[in-house]
Design a protein around this ligand. Structure first.
Ligand SMILES: NC(=O)C1=CN([C@@H]2O[C@H](COP(=O)(O)OP(=O)(O)OC[C@H]3O[C@@H](n4cnc5c(N)ncnc54)[C@H](O)[C@@H]3O)[C@@H](O)[C@H]2O)C=CC1
Ligand SMILES: O=C1O[C@H](COP(=O)(O)O)[C@@H](O)[C@H](O)[C@H]1O
Length: 294
């Protein structure tokens, strides 16, 4: 792709996983409401391509999106306990502002960070915890209706609907990635659900790379690694995007240590990020910590 790619929420966990993986492969415009320290910015991104702005600021977003070929939209409140006023502003209104600006500017591809929580309601008492185990064959594949388990999930389902609308009205290619649980270096420790929906950093970067390169219309795909434990199918991501994940939570013990008899090949290929703790996810920089994320 010759045109720049706008990455919103560039300073966060997902944004940094993408930039560490494919930061050298594209010309970037980075937008975040927090200024990004130099360590979070790939070499070659000039000050003019760094936007400190809120995604609900229509003027700033229009400026950032001008002449870009693609958008990866991550900015928002990622907390599953986020209150309505926050998800309404940051996730729903924010997504609408970014998508409308992109569609009106003629952006070709738009990748939206949706979430497992858009379908959390399928994890019923009858299905869990078996659902999280390797021998259970229940699968969500992206064709099912959203079934959010919280208001955060409602906001992600709304974002998916906005994507459908802007695809249908403007013919912008839109892919909604229902991201599982992104952690660095190893799957979430001692957490069956998290291990079933683990997305490693390198698979995350590869998946969004495919979102920037593949040809598609409107897609809803699951963003998880090639985990033996899983209740999300990654077939659609493979077919529509050419996603070919490298990692599998089964290569690690339940406690998150690499199994000696399995080879999670290529682990550690990214240089250590001084701003991101190696162990699990850091606390969200802009919103109070989720009380469930001990
Ligand atoms: N980390 C994960 O495992 C998952 C993340 N997601 C989604 O991926 C996206 C990124 O998540 P994380 O990187 O984990 O979150 P994060 O909190 O680490 O990063 C979000 C970034 O967006 C920025 N931001 C937030 N609201 C903004 C606004 N109104 N205007 C401009 N910038 C704003 C923040 O400053 C921050 O740098 C979110 O939309 C989240 O819902 C979905 C599923 C799983
Ligand atoms: O959407 C998200 O999901 C992940 C995983 O959810 P959890 O319920 O297993 O914690 C979460 O870590 C992330 O913060 C959130 O944005």
């Amino acid at each position: 792709m010759d045109e720049p790619v706008l990455l919103t929420g560039a300073g966060g966990r997902v944004g940094q996983a993408i930039l560490r993986g494919i930061g050298d492969d594209y010309e970037w415009r980075l937008l975040d409401r927090e200024p990004l320290p130099a360590a979070k910015v790939p070499a070659g991104v000039t000050d003019a391509d760094r936007y400190v702005a809120d995604i609900t600021d229509e003027r700033a977003v229009r400026e950032a999106v001008a002449d870009v070929g693609a958008v990866i939209h991550l900015a928002g409140d990622p907390r599953k306990t986020a209150p309505w006023d926050s998800v309404l502003r940051n996730n729903i209104d924010g997504a609408q502002v970014v998508m409308r600006a992109a569609a009106e500017a003629g952006v070709e591809r738009f990748a939206f960070a949706s979430s497992n929580h858009a379908v959390g309601g399928y994890e019923t008492e009858e299905r869990t915890p078996d659902l999280y185990r390797e021998d259970d064959d229940y699968r969500l594949d992206g064709t099912e209706l959203p079934r959010p388990g919280n208001l955060y999930g409602v906001s992600k389902a709304a974002g998916e609907s906005l994507g459908r609308f802007y695809h249908d009205e403007y013919d912008m290619s839109v892919v909604c990635v229902r991201i599982g649980n992104l952690t660095k270096d190893h799957p979430p420790r001692e957490y069956e659900r998290g291990q079933a929906m683990w997305l490693s950093h390198r698979d995350c970067a590869h998946l969004f790379d495919r979102c920037l390169r593949a040809d598609y219309g409107y897609e809803v795909v699951y963003g998880i690694s090639d985990n033996d434990r899983r209740y999300y199918s990654i077939e659609r991501a493979r077919e529509a995007l050419g996603y070919d994940p490298a990692d599998n939570s089964a290569d690690y013990t339940f406690e998150g240590e690499p199994k000696p008899d399995r080879d999670p090949d290529g682990r550690g290929e990214y240089a250590a990020d001084p701003d991101v703790a190696a162990d699990d996810a850091p606390a969200e920089p802009n919103f109070p910590a989720d009380p469930d994320d001990a």
